[in-house]
Design a protein around this ligand. Structure first.
Ligand code: MN3
Length: 253
């Protein structure tokens, strides 16, 4: 009897892992999050998991005008980001990745894949998140509720958080991203990653679940801001979609 029970449990764990929970292993805080997903909300934003196809931009190219101009948005979405989506699928084909599963599973074990997968898988994930993290400009744009409280708790004040996040973006040498993320101890952290890396990747220095990401590649701002990355970041705070960031935070708390 005892032997049979052990076997059944092993089969159960194996089946669960195949069902899409693998990313939870080694990421601590994301395990309960992913376990709560039904099959239906995989590959959609409702479950905060990411598929391999580029999703429609949630607003028009000119919706963020005065902060991010329409031409930058159009080139960024339809050329740069579209290329990451195309190339990650190519890499997935070559490396026998099941693209009906969330991209997050690949990112969590990115050290076992090619540089092409790392650059384009990260690039695709980061941009899909980035579009959702923005909305048309709002006056007095700040988080509210539990996210605001947790930010104040973690960084002292919202202004101090903004300063540290801005510095993370400004000081990233070359191309990369600034992040607000939840680490394995469920603490809010600020960090930055080079190129198209992100906190979901096993090779990343900063690890956790990203809540908010800022693209500081020159292609994200150069047409309007030229070399003034700091001005781009200062202005970008006006278009952060804090409701979306709060929803991601709620999934993690
Ligand atoms: Mn970009």
């Amino acid at each position: 009897m005892a032997t049979k029970k052990t076997t059944n449990r092993r089969e159960f764990i194996s089946t669960s892992l195949k069902g899409g929970l693998a990313i939870g292993v080694g990421l601590g805080a994301t395990a309960p999050l992913l376990q709560s997903f039904s099959t239906a909300d995989q590959h959609t934003y409702s479950g905060f998991q990411t598929g391999f196809d580029q999703q429609p931009l949630p607003y028009k190219y000119d919706a963020l005008e005065n902060v991010i101009d329409a031409m930058t948005m159009e080139i960024h979405y339809s050329k740069h980001a579209a290329a990451y989506a195309k190339n990650v699928k190519e890499a997935a084909g070559a490396e026998k990745v099941d693209i009906t599963k969330p991209l997050e599973e690949v990112l969590a074990k990115i050290s076992s894949y090619s540089a092409k997968m790392r650059n384009n898988g990260g690039g695709h994930y980061n941009h899909e998140l980035f579009w959702q993290c923005m909305q048309p400009k709002k006056e007095g744009n700040t988080p509210s509720g539990s996210l605001q409280q947790s930010i104040t708790q973690a960084f002292g004040s919202f202004d101090e958080f903004k300063k540290q996040f801005t510095d993370a973006g400004k000081n990233r040498f070359g191309s990369g991203w600034a992040w607000l993320y939840v680490d394995k101890d469920k603490k809010l952290k600020i960090g930055s990653t080079p190129n198209q890396d992100n906190p979901l990747m096993d090779i990343s220095d900063v690890k956790g679940f990203p809540l908010l990401g800022l693209d500081v590649w020159e292609h994200a701002y150069y047409l309007k801001y030229q070399n003034k990355r700091a001005d781009y970041i200062d202005n970008w705070w006006n278009v952060v979609n804090w409701n979306y960031v709060q929803q991601r935070f709620d999934k993690m708390s």
